[in-house]
Design a protein around this ligand. Structure first.
Ligand SMILES: *[C@@H]1O[C@H](CO)[C@@H](O)[C@H](O)[C@H]1NC(C)=O
Ligand SMILES: *[C@@H]1O[C@H](CO)[C@@H](O)[C@H](O)[C@H]1NC(C)=O
Ligand SMILES: *[C@@H]1O[C@H](CO)[C@@H](O)[C@H](O)[C@H]1NC(C)=O
Length: 714
């Protein structure tokens, strides 16, 4: 004899076999695919009605409508023989399952009725019917037609009177049956007023919170303390009713997998999809040279790439032109639109997309704004492998909660923070996320541009910015956009406060874009000074360490030469009176080029830590009165006589290379009779200023030598 426990289980299994999910989908939208994935995940059997049929039930994005659903259900029920079958009839474009059939059936049985409808807190479409609705003890009072469950005979009876047109309201039809006491009783209908089976999100977003558990998500209704089995992202048409935001476990979206996998991409070079990369320069932006260096390093065969570059900014023109001149021919094709075209906003983006749309070889359009710092060289491959309609790599702004996607939309279609936005941005939750808005960098399938998104003016709108107009258009076609944070991809630059009145404006970016400033200008081995004892002591209490990149040295020198007002002996008088600089040099001071704030920040961030490490117990705020670039030249000022510095400590950075740019030069400390005769470009000497380190600048015999000197804590 079997124990009774097994008996119950067997009953459940029998019941499970009786359950059939029925939905209407005339088109396999992304929302439908998502629904089917969640159904498959929980092992529901699903019957899809209306496939390939023309959708008559009104624009599915903007109900009312839905009579077609009732007609199709009615026809399907007429053919169904099994009278004790249980039907779950639900929408699919904006629905996901949050749990399996067992829980659904248990809750259905507990409801004690033959048909259970989902419930709504708002009455729709006919407000005048409000008083006819029976009162409920607790919860929602109104019926929602987006989901119901019941036995075949009861549902058959319920839809038997349907004679409506395909575009009539199913919601009104079912509501009228429900508020008729006789029909309600004979068909035995109730509504799921506490959202135990169905959670409609319309008007309920405030009462629903996400609950993350073992790799899946449940939506908890905190008003009634329930976890529904079905989640329905219905809502006001203005807000795109098929949007479920992050009410989706990431596994379902991630399972889309790849059609072209990494290995394939590597071995079949000729088979790489053809990508048009659209690069948009809409405002003066720092580190554009670096952007193009990174573009060159993007891991993708260049003969499978075409470039569309739009540059609106005259100032950036030389950089773009020199990139195209040097490397343009590596790419299969290049289209360039310059500032003289005077295009604005939407126009260049429409054009770029159209370049891919009209090119029958084009498989993807990769939109890339100039302020994006794409650190991950495999980004393009990774995105293609996701095989999704529109997908963006998540990029953030260093140190801020900004990112290139929105987690949710507000009621008026603008930004709203989704429940898990912060967790996603900060990487505590990783996945591929369905989102309502992306910008700055994303990949679009070309096939979409030739079908649903074939409208040339995708970026145009009367009242929305181009990026918002684009996302609005994508959403309103029922196309899903995704962002992935499964890898780290990069960040976005701040283009605010970008001064453009210097030769090398990027030097001034230490405040606005400190991470990029550091990557560009701080020596790659700087971080190893302490860790790997990369610091040298060529003379007593003289420390020597790498600080600047070659680029930093070149930029500083070029900036000073560009400024050009080298001061000779005559200009020195004022400073001598100030009691500071008593040994005149040919130099330009940092404040002459408005660089003193940035220089102090540099000293504080990068020099002070070394100082405090090497001179324990000494704390510096890196104050200085004198910081300048000195030029040594045989026929100008070749050397500097012995002197003390007006500083507690001095920083002396070699800005060019002995043997290459000049001969001779160096520094000699007289007290120790110790010289540093082969100064290294980008390396700093740090030594006490007064008292002990009486020193001289050694003679430059050929070429020109530049050093950056700072008298710190005078
Ligand atoms: C679905 O069915 C498969 C095989 O029958 C089983 O391994 C899996 O655990 C089921 N999934 C769920 C969520 O019950
Ligand atoms: C509805 O059906 C249940 C059984 O599922 C029954 O107990 C209940 O009495 C019925 N209600 C009405 C009003 O017929
Ligand atoms: C950094 O250190 C490594 C190892 O010592 C060396 O090979 C490399 O050239 C250094 N980088 C620069 C820019 O000098």
């Amino acid at each position: 004899r079997k124990p009774s426990g097994n008996h119950i289980k067997l009953e459940n299994i029998l019941l499970l076999n009786k359950l059939l999910v029925v939905t209407v989908a005339t088109k396999e939208t992304d929302g439908f695919t998502r629904f089917m994935k969640s159904a498959k995940h929980f092992n529901y059997s699903v019957k899809v009605l209306g496939r390939g049929e023309k959708w008559q039930g009104g624009d599915y994005m903007s109900a009312p409508g839905g009579g077609q659903k009732v007609r199709l259900l009615k026809a399907a029920l007429d053919k169904m023989k099994d009278e004790d079958r249980i039907i779950l009839f639900i929408d699919s474009y904006d629905v996901v399952f949050a749990s399996g059939p067992k829980e659904l059936l248990k809750k259905f049985q507990q409801a004690g009725h033959k048909v259970v409808f989902s419930s709504e807190s708002l009455i729709w479409p006919d407000r005048h019917l409000q008083d006819k609705h029976p009162h409920v003890k607790e919860g929602n009072r109104f019926l929602g037609s987006g989901g119901f469950i019941g036995y075949v005979p009861n549902i058959r009876e319920m839809v038997s009177d349907w004679t409506g047109e395909d575009d009539e309201s199913d919601q009104l039809f079912f509501t009228k049956i429900y508020i008729d006491p006789a029909k309600r009783k004979s068909i035995n209908i109730t509504i799921d007023s506490k959202c135990r089976l169905f959670q409609n999100l319309n008007g309920a977003l405030d009462e629903v919170v996400l609950k993350f558990e073992d790799g899946r998500v449940r939506a908890r209704n905190v008003l009634y303390d329930t976890l529904s089995v079905v989640i329905h992202g219905n809502g006001p048409t203005k807000l795109q009713i098929n949007y479920l935001g992050n009410y989706i476990p990431n596994t379902w979206t991630f399972e889309t997998g790849c059609t072209v996998c990494h290995e394939d991409l590597r071995s079949l070079t000729s088979e790489y999809p053809l990508v048009v990369i659209g690069i948009f320069i809409q405002q003066p932006t720092p580190f554009v040279t670096v952007f193009f260096e990174r573009l060159l390093k993007l891991q993708y065969p260049k003969n499978r790439l075409k470039l569309f570059i739009y540059n609106k900014v005259k100032l950036m023109q030389t950089i773009v032109s020199s990139f195209l001149q040097d490397h343009g021919n590596l790419y299969q094709d290049v289209k360039f639109i310059g500032p003289e075209e005077e295009m604005d906003g939407a126009a260049p983006r429409n054009l770029g997309f159209d370049m891919c749309r009209k090119d029958e070889d084009c498989d993807y359009f990769f939109s890339l704004d100039i302020e994006v710092v794409l650190k991950n060289e495999n980004t393009l491959k990774i995105l293609i492998e996701q095989n999704l309609p529109v997908i963006a790599p998540m990029i953030t702004r260093a140190g801020r909660l900004w990112s290139n996607f929105w987690g949710a939309l507000s009621a008026d279609g603008y930004y709203a923070r989704s429940e898990d936005y912060v967790d996603i941005v900060q990487g505590r939750r990783e996945g591929v996320w369905n989102i309502p808005y992306v910008s700055s960098v994303y990949l679009v399938k070309a096939s979409l541009l030739r079908s649903e998104l074939s409208d040339f003016e995708l970026f145009n709108s009367n009242n929305l910015d181009p990026d918002m107009a684009f996302c609005h258009n994508v959403r309103s076609k029922g196309i899903f956009m995704y962002v992935t944070n499964m890898q780290s991809f990069g960040r976005i630059l701040s283009t605010e406060n970008y001064q453009t009145n210097h030769l090398h404006n990027d030097l001034w970016q230490i405040f606005e874009n400190p991470v990029d400033w550091e990557e560009r200008y701080i020596h790659e081995n700087y971080t190893r000074i302490m860790k790997d004892k990369l610091i040298e002591t060529p003379c007593p209490d003289v420390y020597w360490f790498p600080i600047f990149t070659d680029v930093a040295c070149n930029h500083l020198v070029e900036e000073m030469e560009n400024f050009g007002q080298w001061s000779g002996g005559g200009n020195k008088d004022t400073r001598i009176q100030g009691g500071y600089e008593n040994v005149p040099t040919i130099d330009i001071h940092m404040n002459q080029v408005n660089y003193e704030k940035e220089w102090q920040k540099f000293l504080l961030e990068y020099i002070a830590p070394v100082t405090e490490k090497m001179f324990p117990g000494y704390y510096t705020r890196a104050q200085f009165d004198l910081a300048f670039v000195v030029r040594y030249k045989p026929d100008e000022q070749p050397a500097l006589r012995p002197h003390h510095d007006a500083s507690t400590f001095t920083i002396n950075i070699a800005l060019n290379q002995v043997g290459l740019d000049f001969q001779g030069g160096g520094c000699r400390f007289l007290r120790y009779d110790c010289s540093i005769t082969s100064p290294r470009k980008g390396w700093a000497l740090m030594h006490p200023g007064r008292l002990t380190h009486y020193h001289e600048g050694l003679r430059v015999t050929e070429g020109v030598r530049y050093i950056a000197v700072s008298f710190v804590d005078p």
